[in-house]
Design a protein. Structure first.
Length: 341
């Protein structure tokens, strides 16, 4: 029997909650014996939330100045200013409201601006330090997953470069065309060459231009037209507001298009495949739709390609893509939206 252990606190919100609870316990560790009522406890909790709110304000509004804009002097000045502002507020708030019947108030030193300033500074360092450690851990894990999946894609691409099944179908297509239209053979060989060149030269890159990706897709669709175009209505169009200015992960779109031909054209009856790709203001919208044949040939599918593509989208475009797949009795539709680089 194999046991699977799920790492604790993998979810971001679980980590944030753990930081909140841990900080509160650490802050009140030496004062639990002084808790005598729920009112005193709630006042102490309210005091801590003011400290936590101050740390979160620094995290989301001031810390980016240091981490993203690399302005440490400005960050220090604004941080000291924010602590001073909260010192005045916390002094008045705690003296007039919090310290009344609260376990936190044990000596007159706590009713000073210096004490409030030191408390705000100490909790800021503890909370921000813990948060930064966890965010660094999340970023490192995300990058490791990204590299791992990228290497898997490279390996799969190398395996598929000389896929016997692909080559067999391609050679059959070229042979059939040569018998009826020998003058088109050179054109079709060029299409096959572009497919192989893209896989070899571009497939091992993290990102490629949208123009290269569309050229690859166009070549693939052209081959499919030669193979099933006599019995399948194929409609493909592409529109881009800034041709060549955007980048996309290579071969992240082709899986959906391959599946549309694989399943939609697996029949001797009339069928259709429509592919619409539009790039407007940095957002790619792709709609792929194919008919669902009533009497189709048996298609062997492991669904690994679709699963890998979904995982790639999650890692390469986290919160920057939307994928919707719908199916009914007559058609199968994929709607994909990606915010491009």
């Amino acid at each position: 029997m194999k046991w699977k252990f799920k790492p604790i606190l993998e979810n971001k919100w679980e980590q944030e909650t753990a930081i909140l609870v841990f900080s509160f316990i650490l802050f009140t560790l030496n004062d639990w014996v002084f808790i005598q009522s729920w009112k005193g406890f709630s006042n102490g909790l309210l005091y801590f939330f003011v400290l936590y709110f101050h740390a979160q304000l620094n995290r989301f509004f001031l810390l980016p100045i240091l981490l993203k804009k690399h302005q440490p002097v400005l960050y220090i000045i604004l941080t000291v200013g924010l602590i001073a502002l909260f010192t005045v507020f916390l002094y008045q708030f705690s003296t007039e409201f919090i310290y009344k019947n609260c376990f936190l108030y044990k000596s007159s030193h706590q009713k000073t601006y210096q004490f409030q300033f030191a408390t705000l500074s100490g909790t800021l360092v503890c909370i921000l330090g813990t948060i930064q450690i966890l965010e660094h851990y999340r970023a490192q894990k995300k990058e490791a997953n990204k590299i791992l999946l990228y290497n898997q894609v490279q390996l799969n691409a190398l395996k598929n470069q000389f896929n016997p099944h692909f080559l067999f179908n391609t050679m059959n297509t070229l042979y059939g065309i040569s018998l009826k239209y020998p003058e088109r053979i050179s054109e079709m060989i060029m299409e096959v060459s572009q497919l192989m060149r893209y896989q070899v030269e571009q497939g091992n890159k993290e990102f490629v231009s949208i123009e290269n990706e569309i050229t690859f897709i166009s070549s693939y669709i052209q081959l499919e037209k030669e193979r099933v175009g006599y019995r399948c209505t194929i409609d493909f169009d592409y529109e881009c507001d800034q041709e060549g200015q955007y980048e996309i992960a290579p071969m992240v779109l082709i899986t959906f298009i391959e599946n549309s031909f694989k399943h939609g054209a697996a029949t001797i009856e009339k069928c259709f495949v429509t592919i619409h790709i539009k790039v407007i203001k940095g957002k790619l919208c792709m709609n792929v739709s194919n008919s669902v044949p009533q009497h189709k040939k048996e298609v062997v599918s492991t669904k690994i390609g679709l699963k890998n593509t979904k995982e790639r989208l999650e890692i390469l475009y986290p919160k920057k893509h939307q994928l919707e797949i719908t199916q009914n009795e007559y058609d199968y539709t994929v709607n994909l939206v990606i915010e491009l680089r």
